[in-house]
Design a protein around this ligand. Structure first.
Ligand SMILES: NC(=O)c1ccc[n+]([C@@H]2O[C@H](COP(=O)([O-])OP(=O)(O)OC[C@H]3O[C@@H](n4cnc5c(N)ncnc54)[C@H](O)[C@@H]3O)[C@@H](O)[C@H]2O)c1
Length: 252
């Protein structure tokens, strides 16, 4: 088991990539804290894990609120005694060009997708330093690495995640705290399915998403979960400040 005796906190683990990663981490021996602002969905993920014989608890938290992120980490230490891995995965996708987006759209996107990562790092670093180390995985996107149409604010937030990851990694490299990011391309999650199904022509919309990746398919949540597993495990002990691009070749 690659995460035996580790404790992992995963935000946005009530659905999509976060849920899949929670299941994979638990199968590899981690005790998992499933955090999501949708408490029912978080509990469902935790139940799926315990039904398989794994260990998990669910927490209802909004990652855009500092007090709640702090509480999430305190509750983890209370339940399992430590925090080895924090996966700052939760995020939302604001669509549109700058002229379409409002100031409120900007504030909300930055809060859920970039400030949340700042808060996770801010409160996890001291705990990890005190216990002798840990890993923080931040969810970026190919949108933070290359231009993508109709995703102006989202791209800014994800580019910010990559910059923040590099800086925090350097600040804490000597303390045993590794900070890394994952940049996926299009992944088949409930939110993506909903976007495809609500488009004027779902078949055309799906094909357009498939064609964006040189490998010719949309990614699966497992594709990202296994990248996260490697980064969370001791196998990646010499990696910090950089990331894994899980994109079927899109950013190449
Ligand atoms: N799906 C993709 O194609 C794709 C591609 C690149 C990056 N990503 C990133 O991966 C992450 C997960 O995406 P997904 O597609 O699995 O999303 P999803 O919408 O399927 O699931 C996201 C989960 O996060 C939770 N969440 C949202 N805002 C929250 C908040 N403020 N506090 C706590 N929980 C919150 C939601 O309740 C939901 O359960 C996001 O950061 C996203 O930007 C996704």
């Amino acid at each position: 088991m690659r995460l035996k005796d580790k404790v992992a906190v995963i935000t946005g683990a009530g659905a999509g990539i976060g849920r899949e990663t929670a299941l994979v981490f638990a199968r590899e021996g981690a005790s998992v804290v499933v955090a999501d602002r949708n408490g029912v969905a978080a509990q469902e993920t935790a139940d799926l894990i315990t039904q398989e014989g794994g260990k998990a608890i669910a927490l209802t938290i909004d990652v855009a609120k500092g007090e709640e992120v702090k509480r999430m980490l305190e509750a983890t230490v209370e339940a399992y005694g430590k925090v080895n891995v924090l996966f700052n995965n939760a995020g939302t996708v604001a669509q549109g060009r700058v002229e379409d987006n409002t100031e409120e759209d900007w504030d909300e996107q930055i809060a859920t997708t970039l400030k949340s990562v700042f808060l996770g790092c801010k409160y996890a670093v001291p705990l990890m330093r005190e216990q002798g180390g840990g890993v923080i995985i931040n969810m970026a996107s190919v949108a933070g690495m290359m231009g993508i149409t109709n995703r102006a604010i989202y791209s800014a937030a994800k580019g910010g995640v990559i910059g923040l990851t590099r800086a925090v990694a350097l600040d804490h490299a000597k303390e045993g705290v590794r900070v890394v990011y994952i940049s996926p391309a299009t992944i088949e999650t409930p939110s993506l399915k909903q976007r495809i199904e609500s488009s004027p022509d779902p078949i055309v919309a799906r094909k357009a998403f498939e064609d964006r990746q040189p490998v010719g398919r949309i990614g699966k949540p497992q594709d990202v979960a296994y990248a996260a597993l490697y980064l969370a495990s001791d196998e990646s002990a010499f990696i910090t400040g950089s990331g894994l691009v899980v994109d079927g070749g899109m950013a190449v």
